[in-house]
Design a protein around this ligand. Structure first.
Ligand code: ZN
Length: 452
């Protein structure tokens, strides 16, 4: 009898699975974006950390890829001709603004544009869908929070260069619960305070544009409320954190409703610090005053998980791109390792505070930067050369800008299987891939499935 009952139960779930009605809708979505992170960036950090390829934790997830082109490139990405000419990938790449818009809204736009169509109509962010569903939302980055990738998930602005307007929309108009990033108007790239000193409170050699201008900064300092983040009709103030210690002090005992982190560096947490930029990884000591990427995700998740309806968090390893634009191999490794550790942190967090049944973790990139390959690659692609753990692998850069290559997509958790089904295109080198717009649209599809 018992065996018969088990058989009935198994058949029931089996049929549900066949009918596609299994409840795999993610309550929580964590999307981690390595800005500029191509497959070789990942592999370089794997060789450095593990002494072999595919060492990072995310290689145990579902492995896919995405094409990234924007509307600036009418030819898109064509795998049938991509590998005939070494220069193919250099033509017509996306920028971070158009790519973030694609990853957030599910629609492509022109380079430079954030959350808008080419004719400047607002597109709907996945964060806005989440807010309607009652979920909490947040963006964190290792570069200024008003930079293209985090901005691309929250704002509707025609140009990524309009920093004051971008920061103002994020801080005072968006319903986000968490915004954390660099861009502090009083600090330099070494985490030294250079402005806002006692004698002349608001004088600084840096700009206020990344925090929305001086008036916006004064509002932040005065704890003035921004938009209504929880839909109760009352504007909600930001709780401001700046130092690494203040970030660490955000705890489960007294968690704020909204958290704004303006970290005490100007451009990046580590990548722009002074010292020999061509030195091997960690030869120039990391800034003690800057948090790691894991340390900015921890308080973000602490705040977001208070929402019973779930959350969406976008976490950006932004300086992978900055290091790659400069062809700075050592600093790239530092940034990629920091990103990889943040993914490990996210996995631990999900297993401790949530589960893979209710949380979806997506690891991807907005585009590749620097055209990173193994040595002596042009005209034939060569693999990176493994020199063992702790040693910079043999690598070669072929550009200072972005490329049109496919980027990695790793997914695990609630709904991951559906991503595999949506990766319907095949690349001869990388395998199954999807368009970058399919990433948010697949999340939407999963959410819809759960709605009766
Ligand atoms: Zn980018």
């Amino acid at each position: 009898m018992r065996r018969f009952l088990i058989w009935i139960v198994l058949c029931f779930f089996g049929l549900c699975g066949l009918a596609g009605t299994s409840p795999v809708s993610p309550k929580n979505v964590i999307i981690m974006i390595g800005d500029g992170m191509g497959f070789n960036h990942v592999e370089a950090a794997s060789l450095y950390q593990y002494g072999h390829y595919k060492g990072q934790i995310y290689w145990t997830f579902k492995q896919l890829a995405a094409c990234t082109y924007s509307l600036n490139n009418p030819d898109g990405y064509k795998p049938s001709i991509a590998y005939r000419d070494f220069a193919y990938f250099l033509a017509g790449p996306t920028d971070s603004a158009a790519a973030a818009t694609a990853l957030s809204t599910g629609q492509k736009t022109m380079n430079g544009m954030l959350g808008m169509t080419p004719d400047e109509k607002s597109l709907r962010h996945i964060m806005e869908d989440a807010e309607v569903m009652g979920k909490a939302t947040g963006v964190v980055s290792t570069v200024p929070f008003a930079h293209a990738t985090p901005a691309g998930f929250l704002v509707h602005i025609s140009s990524r260069g309009k920093y004051p307007e971008i920061a103002q929309q994020m801080l005072w108009d968006s319903a986000a619960e968490v915004i954390i990033g660099a861009g502090h108007p009083w600090y330099d790239d070494d985490g030294r305070q250079v402005g806002g000193l006692e004698a002349n409170r608001f004088e600084t050699p840096q700009k206020y544009d990344r925090v929305g201008g001086l008036e916006s900064w004064k509002k932040i300092m005065n704890g003035e409320p921004g938009a209504d983040c929880d839909g109760d009709g009352t504007p909600d103030p930001w709780t401001l954190v700046q130092s690494r210690q203040e970030l660490r002090d955000v705890s489960e005992k007294d968690t704020p409703k909204r958290l704004l982190g303006v970290l005490t560096v100007y451009n990046t947490l580590q990548c722009s610090r002074s010292g020999d930029v061509k030195a091997p990884p960690y030869k120039v000591p990391l800034l003690e005053t800057s948090p790691t990427m894991s340390e900015i995700m921890a308080p973000a998740l602490c705040v977001l998980k208070q929402d019973q309806d779930g959350f969406v968090l976008m976490a950006e390893g932004g300086a992978i791109d900055w290091a790659s634009h400069g062809n700075l191999s050592g600093r790239l490794i530092e940034e990629q390792v920091d990103f990889d550790k943040a993914v490990e942190y996210a996995v631990e967090w999900i297993e401790k505070h949530s589960s893979w049944d209710e949380t979806l973790l997506i690891i991807t990139a907005d585009h590749e930067t620097g055209y990173l390959t193994g040595p002596r690659s042009d005209p034939v692609w060569q693999p990176l050369v493994n020199y063992g753990v702790g040693n910079l692998p043999g690598m070669e850069w072929h550009g200072k800008g972005h490329t049109n290559q496919l980027v990695p997509v790793f997914v695990k958790g609630a709904g991951a299987e559906t991503f595999v089904q949506r990766a319907t295109m095949i690349d001869p080198s990388v395998g199954a891939y999807m368009d970058n717009t399919a990433i948010p649209n697949t999340v939407r599809e999963l959410w819809k499935r759960a709605t009766p």
